[in-house]
Ligand binder design. Sequence first.
Ligand code: SAM
Length: 212
Amino acid sequence: MRQRNKPWAEDMFAKNPNLVTASPSECKGKWNEVFGNTNPIHLEVGTGKGQFIIGMAKQNPDINFVGIELSASVMVSALEKLIEENITNVRLLNENAQDLTELFNENELNQIYLNFSDPWPKNRHEKRRLMYRSFLELYETVMKPECEVHFKTDNQGLFEYALHSFSNYGMVLHEVSLDLHNSDFEENIMTEYEEKFSAKGSRIYRCIAQFR
Ligand code: SAM
């Protein structure tokens, strides 16, 4: 589990229990009750400062979004945006994605987004990459059958690694784009990192990987 060492962030999370779920393991199997509807639930892993999940929540009011973010000091910015924009179909979890199966039941989620995940370029850190086999096993467990992982990055090496990892796992690849911003994908919601790197001229890669 995460380390709870940012008291000011913890205070703000505690003051907004309708947006930051304090004991998410208690919600395992009950996320539709938490949202108060039976809408599909999409998860973003490594939500950062929240621009993507909030844009998606506004664009898709009939979908529930959960954002999981390891860093409390980063997640505070997402919370501030949620409060400012009065968004009701998002919940934030200050947790580690390694613990996904403690937070969600089997088949509880409908889609997962990985946006600009940390590349962990050294071979000895491969297991930390969010598309490493052990993470794919977790995603497959908590998602309904044949659901999709949507992945974007500016990092060519990580993208190539992800394509191999998804494919070796037996997932089917769709919509592989080597230049998202010059593609015909119109519904793109930019993340904070995406804005920063594309402004510097970096190409953005995207793919969808579907479990069989
Ligand atoms: N997705 C955001 C964006 O595109 O602007 C943030 C990208 S940032 C490079 C990666 C984020 O993932 C960081 O905020 C980091 O704390 C978070 N993260 C990394 N590993 C994680 C994990 N195992 N569980 C939850 N969050 C994680």
